[in-house]
Design a protein around this ligand. Structure first.
Ligand code: BG6
Length: 478
């Protein structure tokens, strides 16, 4: 439980992320006692008063909070909400923060968290506003991705950021790392003796990180048009998840130890070659408001990449993500090498359903499955594919699970960097991305509701995409 009061200054307070995740998440952190003395100063370009911002927050929470009980706490929470227009300037911001923090000083001085839920091109001007408003000391700052748009802009952004904030004050957020299921990869790999000995090139054939979305762009077309699927999802979320999957055991669960191992993965990553990339754009994208009629922005990307170290040399990692696809899924699928099949008679069915897989589902209700061949009951020797499955809901304490943004805000308020990315890691990821950014393959159209352009099959041949699943997940028993 946190004892010190906390002020959250939320930039982009009326944006999509604030509505869907941040405002509902802050209410939950307060209502559950994790941030028991919190004030939220919302700021954005929208024309709100304090009262209308409270109404806005109430609507957002009614629409997007997954927790019914949180909504009844709203009236009390509303007293903790403040608003200031971002074009009112640094002095106005300073004054509203002072109003929110009235009565607190000295030892009870609130710790401050500035959350920049703003597009990359607005980030620096917010940093300068914070400096001009004298809101840098005793503060931490959360930066949303994408962090820069290539190596040069990321280096420049880091440089400018460091002119105002020290590195230990900066929290570069990647919400995939706050997902319960992502953390479970670490538990699964390093708290069990069974899998780590086979977690390498001798036993693993390939790995897929597949995050198709059915979602379109709703109100985000303008942001997305300048960003695209690679910058929105791959260079951020998918590579971070890849690092958890591929890293060596850290010496401890401390931030520095984990960061060091993740950065080693990024350092060993081979540059992304354009011929190993399929870019796609869903039909109809160019008709959206805010999108250029000749837009070459990709709404879909699939790629093959390699980590050139002793554990992973030669093992392909296949990544895919895109908008308006057939299903919304977030899986990591580890395909094990197949055994020699000499003893099984023709027609036994061995390997007919692909290799054995270990699958992590990163959904909010996360799941895991291990598939294997077993004998079909009866005469002869026919083989069927089975699986052992586990769903987080079956675990005691699943009700205490935090949503990704909740966990990360809570960690940032307390100064815990474990699940945040560093400038070194991010700059290296832009560096390996450069061949693709310099020379992107053409965008290929794909139908809405499909799995992307046809070229995705060549990319993974002779293996196949794991999705759509041949067999659905079993419903959890609890
Ligand atoms: C965001 C991207 O970071 O992640 C979105 O900007 C994407 O485009 C979202 O839809 C996916 O996150 P989640 O948690 O819903 O899988």
């Amino acid at each position: 439980m946190s004892e010190r009061p906390t002020t959250i200054v939320l930039f982009g307070a009326t944006g999509d992320l604030a509505r869907r995740k941040l405002l509902p998440g802050l209410l939950h952190l307060w209502g559950s006692g994790l941030l028991n003395d919190v004030r939220v100063v919302g700021t954005s370009l929208d024309d709100h008063t304090r009262e209308s911002f409270v109404e806005f927050a109430q609507q957002a929470i009614a629409e997007f909070s997954s927790r019914k009980e949180a909504r009844k706490d709203f009236q009390e929470f509303a007293k903790r909400l403040y608003f200031v227009r971002s074009d009112a300037g640094p002095e106005a911001l300073k004054a509203v923060v002072a109003e929110a923090e009235q009565g607190y000083d000295g030892d009870s001085r609130p710790r401050r968290l500035h959350y920049l839920s703003v597009p990359p091109k607005a980030a620096l001007s917010v940093i300068q506003t914070l400096a001009a408003a004298d809101l840098v000391a005793y503060s931490r700052v959360v930066m949303e991705k994408p962090f820069g748009t290539d190596l040069a802009t990321a280096v420049e952004l880091n440089k400018k950021l460091h002119e105002v904030f020290a590195e230990e004050q900066i929290f570069r957020i990647d919400h995939f790392l706050g997902k319960e299921a992502a953390l479970n990869i670490l538990a699964f790999r390093f708290a069990n003796g069974l899998f780590e000995p086979i977690w390498h090139r001798n036993h693993i054939d390939h790995i897929q990180i597949d995050v198709p979305e059915t979602l379109g762009l709703e109100t985000r077309a303008a942001f997305y048009e300048a960003t695209g699927a690679y910058r929105d999802m791959v260079v951020t979320h998918l590579f971070q998840v890849l690092a958890f999957t591929a890293m060596e055991p850290p010496t401890s669960l401390e931030p520095q130890a984990i960061t060091e191992e993740k950065n080693k993965v990024f350092r060993s990553m081979m540059p992304i070659q354009p011929e190993n990339v399929v870019r796609g754009q869903f039909q109809g994208y160019r008709d959206l408001d805010g999108v250029a009629p000749e837009s070459e922005t990709e709404t879909f990307i699939a790629l093959k990449c390699y980590i050139d170290n002793w554990r992973w040399a030669g093992v392909p990692f296949y990544l895919r993500t895109g908008k308006r696809l057939a299903q919304g899924q977030r899986i990591i699928s580890i395909a094990f090498k197949e055994p020699p099949k000499s003893m099984f008679p023709a027609g036994s069915g061995v390997s007919q359903h692909g290799p054995d897989h270990l699958t992590f589902d990163l959904a909010d209700q996360s799941r895991m499955s291990l598939s294997f061949y077993g004998k079909r009951p009866g005469t002869g020797f026919r083989l069927d594919k089975h699986s052992m499955q586990f769903a987080m809901q079956e675990s005691t304490g699943s009700a205490a699970a935090l949503e990704a943004y909740e966990r990360l805000i809570y960690d940032a308020v307390r100064g815990d960097h474990t699940l945040f990315t560093t400038s070194e890691g991010i700059e290296r990821l832009w560096e390996v991305s450069q061949p693709l950014l310099d020379n992107p393959p053409p965008v290929r159209p794909y139908g809405q509701g499909s799995w992307g352009p046809n070229q995705i099959h060549q990319l993974v041949a002779p293996t196949a995409w794991r999705l759509p699943f041949e067999r659905e997940w079993r419903e959890p028993t609890a």
